[in-house]
Write a protein that binds this ligand. Sequence first.
Ligand code: 5AD
Ligand code: SF4
Length: 471
Amino acid sequence: MSKKLYIKTYGCQMNVYDSLRMADVLAPLGYRAAETPEAADLVVLNTCHIREKASEKVFSELGRLRQLKAARAESGGRMMIAVAGCVAQAEGEEILRRAPQVDLVFGPQTYHRLAALVTEAARSEAGVIDTSFPSESKFDHLPEEARPQGAAAYLSIQEGCDKFCTFCVVPYTRGAEQSRPAAAVLAEARRLVAAGTREITLLGQNVNAYHGEGPGGAGPGGEVWGLGRLLFALAEIDGLARLRYTTSHPRDMDDELIAAHRDLAQVMPYLHLPVQSGSDKILAAMNRRHAAADYLRVVERLRGVRPDLALSSDFIVGFPGESDQDFAETLRLVTEVGYAQAYSFKYSPRPGTPAADVADQVPEPVKAERLAMLQSLLAEQQIAFNQGCVGQELEVLFEAEGRRGGQLLGRSPFMQAVHVAAPARLKGRLLPVRIESAHPNSLAGRLSEAAGEIGGAWRDARDAGVMEVAS
Ligand code: 5AD
Ligand code: SF4
């Protein structure tokens, strides 16, 4: 019997990937995607605990779902509500206490057991909880992906974190670092490519700390592969045109990984490499285990082998003890590096993390002021970077139809969104685009004449009058 499933995903790409896999696990129970939560028999909130705001969103969504569930019950039906992800892991029982309408709570490490958990929750009056860190790896128990992901796909290769930055909940919610064996990663990549994927983004909370069992297996003579080695192997898959990976730690940019940026055309010239702060004092208090100069050296080495490398980062302002001087050092680092784009956040004390208990918290208005200054500098850099692309010809992988008719949306090598007037049948193709205009968060361009190799498709598009540049 067909049932309807609605998954709402919060937070990072790891959660996006996990949500796809949850749908795969539930497919054998007859669950198919619902368009809206109203239409669903099971609603899963796949949650994020990284900052307070992210967690609070979950409880307000649960309030809305309680009403839907009550309305369904009145008409004699049943809607089940599940909370997954990092809030589930961190809050566990507390969720059932605050939101008794919830039927099931499960953490990021147990969703391979989801079919059994849902069955149990359907029978049970009280809510069911599974937030254990099982000894078996979920990756060994997940089905092969059921659905192709499209031109650009995610592939989870590593999970958890052993770094224990003093602001971060990840080591507690996702657990210790775990890497999938290289053979499993390569097999999943081949299946994705066979189903039409041209770009794979390797995912992990600390992806460049990857240390997976080599294809020879464990045991005597077995090798451990780092991320660099894995990228070299992935680059041999025919038809796989682009590789990316996220999120990285500056300490784990080793020689082989830098060599991959040098030697592999498939490794895209864009890297998200969070630094968090430009002040050595704050970096030490954050337990980042590197100084600002170490980060700058890594950037220099990367740009030495890939001069066109575009960089992205995460920043936290208002970490406990951050002085005006410390903050000025962050601005200086940003100016020195020059980012293509970046994310920045006010420090948010997370229960159970060391920094949350430090007395020297920075007042909210100071945080707000620093965030505004940093964001305006980063926005300037982003606009300058985007404008520098105007007139260039960039390869764009067309991933989706644009909001306007006759338009496709793709990504440049540097991760920028690019809008191009092009027929829908070019979706999934990687084509050269002449960039004609830049916006703060995207580019617009037209298919290049060089795209002639695609059998005149660009000409058809031009002749069909869909070659006007979108603004
Ligand atoms: N407060 C603010 N930002 C945080 N991040 C992680 N934990 C916190 C926190 N407690 C940010 C970091 C990290 C990104 C994913 O979220 O910048 O790199
Ligand atoms: Fe969190 Fe630091 Fe680990 Fe990144 S490296 S997940 S910020 S503890």
